[in-house]
Design a protein around this ligand. Structure first.
Ligand code: SF4
Length: 369
């Protein structure tokens, strides 16, 4: 039996397109949903034989906005995956949700279907920040979605936050963190806003119409998140992720621990044994390929041993597991211990919160030529 695996399923449909988003997501393609669902079933049939012998411990429906699909369709999809892939009895099953696309009734149906972990895209509790991100939901929709999920019986909720949008102050970010805590999620993800050139926001920043994020302010926001979430009892288990004990995301840990995963859907990525491959991105092309009985692979790359080593160092630092000091000459890491970017935890080099802000520099410094 190989290492336990994960299944990622990409649902590319969204209600609107947010200005900062460079995910493979589309507004206005709802009409494709039945055909897309059929393509996912077919792709699972085509992909599964190559994964015989892998036991799966997680399924993650991401997007896009998976909750734009009907709960009955999502239920059928999960059942199909369970038939095609070997899953452990307590497989973690996550679905991402946009607060405006769920109700207590739809969430009850999803929970009953086996989606026991709900990841809600909250982003901020400041209406001005949500506007600046071009999110169409309001803070009240997040509160309503969380309340509906709890009434439906969801035992495991995650809230996703983004910090550093234009106009967001440290005070506003503090209020977002406080409001998040008030909702009592089991898990919190907090990502610094990054500007992707091929997005509407990227073009506005390039044209000087909107200022890009201030890295110093984002660093202060990161440190504030560490303090506020840490004080509230959340364990910081990956640079951008915090969880109540026992609620770390099994699926995402799989990516960071370099465990195998299969990706289904337009643009989805897969990984096994130092090889990464990905599906074609446009939903139409994806469906055409699958419908003709072909795996819809758009490209692949093999990591050579030195790339694999770099990736391993980076990821081990990222999940705060640390890397064995014995992998490096002392001269490499001593300066970082002295400057407080790394600590030596019983022979493991682990980044401090300040070290996490300079992770790329740390990896380069530890591993360069
Ligand atoms: S809802 Fe999420 S996936 Fe969809 S456009 Fe907005 S940020 Fe992108």
């Amino acid at each position: 039996m190989s290492a336990p695996g994960g299944i990622y399923v990409h649902i590319p449909f969204c209600l609107t397109r947010c200005g900062y988003c460079d995910f493979n997501a589309y507004a206005g393609l709802e009409g494709l949903r039945p055909r897309y669902l059929a393509a996912l079933f077919r792709e699972a049939d085509l992909a599964a034989p190559a994964w015989v012998g892998t036991e799966f411990v997680s399924v993650f429906l991401g997007g896009g906005t998976p909750t734009t699909m009907e709960p009955a369709d999502l239920r059928a999809l999960l059942s199909h995956l369970r038939e095609r892939f070997e899953m452990v009895p307590d497989t973690e099953v996550t679905i991402e949700a946009n607060p405006d696309t769920v109700t207590e009734a739809s969430l009850s149906r999803l929970l009953e279907a086996g989606f026991a972990r709900l990841s809600i895209g909250a982003q901020s509790f400041d209406p001005a920040v949500l506007r600046s991100l071009e999110r169409i939901h309001q803070p009240t929709s997040v509160r309503a979605a969380v309340a509906a999920a709890r009434r439906a019986g969801f035992p495991n909720l995650s809230l996703d936050l983004i910090y550093g949008a234009n106009g967001e102050s440290l005070g506003s970010w503090r209020r977002t963190l406080d409001e998040t805590l008030a909702l009592g999620p089991e898990h919190v993800s907090a990502y610094a806003l990054t500007i992707e050139p091929a997005t509407a926001l990227g073009r506005q920043v390039a044209a000087g119409q909107v200022p890009g994020p201030d890295p110093d302010l984002q660093a202060d926001m990161f440190l504030l998140a560490c303090e506020v979430l840490g004080d509230a009892g959340y364990a910081h288990y990956e640079i951008s992720n915090w969880a109540r004990p026992g609620f770390e995301c099994v699926h995402n840990l799989g990516y960071w621990e370099r465990r195998p995963y299969v990706g289904l859907g337009a643009g989805a990525h897969a990984y096994r044994d130092d090889v990464r491959w990905w599906n074609v991105r446009p939903p139409e092309t994806y469906m055409e390929k699958v419908e003709s009985g072909e795996l819809p692979i758009g490209g692949s790359e093999s990591l050579d041993p030195s790339d694999a080593y770099l990736e391993e160092v980076f990821l081990k630092l990222r999940i705060l597991q640390g890397v064995p000091a014995s992998w490096f000459d002392a001269g490499r890491y001593e300066p970082y211990l002295q400057s407080g970017l790394l600590v030596d935890d019983f022979g493991q080099l682990v980044p401090t919160e300040r070290g996490m802000l300079l992770l790329n520099e740390l990896v380069l410094g530890l591993t360069a030529g």
